[in-house]
Design a protein. Sequence first.
Length: 334
Amino acid sequence: MADSRNLALHATLPERYVRFDVLASTIDHRGRLLALLVDPAQGGAEVLPWRRRGPWKPPIPLFDATVVICDGDDEHQIPLYGLDQWFSEIDALGDGVVLGAARIPAANDQRPHEQSAPAHESELTRNVIAFDRGGTRAGAFYAGDGIEQLSTDPRGRIWISYFDESTYRFAMPDGTWSVSSMVGLARWNDPDGDPWFAYNDTGNEVDWCDCYALNVGQALVHACPYTKFPLVEVDASGVRSITPNPITGCSGLAVSDSALAFLDQYRRNDKPVWTIRKARREDGVVTETGTEILALPGGRSPAGWARGKIGRDATLWLHEDGNPRQWYRYEIDC
């Protein structure tokens, strides 16, 4: 029989921001709540609702936004002006923030048989943009189409996982474009640097059709890519290990040494159920050890699917679908 466990309430966006739309929200590596807010009263800023994974939508007129960083009772605001993309991803970067737009125009990601010449970098949509503490643009780069999740680590590296519709466009030596699809996992060491792609180091051992679960820790990064869901461990130098994993379909991950916690979800009696499938990694093997049924504080059952799914070492942060203003915390008990 599965154990039950109540999640802890980790952070809530202050009530004074209730009139603002939340474009993006996360918990950073310091445990702070970050949110990208837009005043719906802005003329032309009809930014919600929209589908993050759906087809790219034409940009709306330039709009202003505010990033709010909440650290307990401390709060910092970063004003942003003249945004022109559907930013769905946010995280801390140094004293500032970095934003990511999950979808970009299809014209920027032609299939290999539709290569164009010449290749001009100016044609690429820079859909990841960094801002300093005061809101001044500090860097930007093209990250391709189909971003699943953007997370930064304490050293300021930017990790991006991708879903199965992803494409990334490369400039070839002869001046044409080449496109890779289903790129899986990439890292940038700064907001102006060149990317490193995980599939370069895993070759045919790993399918990178979709990076289902990502955990960006203090020193190590772990990912579980579709279709086989191996546990891929990465450090600053590249891939350290690839461990076969019998726990498939997991969409969130917490890691503490050999202890693992995989988020799994299903529907029972037409209601969503959040579960943690516990496991251990020993001698190059992942072994499932038990299951926990998750409830919200006070024992309340979730009203929607778990979203966010921000894994950082032994902690996994989640929010209910439709409510990115309130985040809950799961921690591995070793």
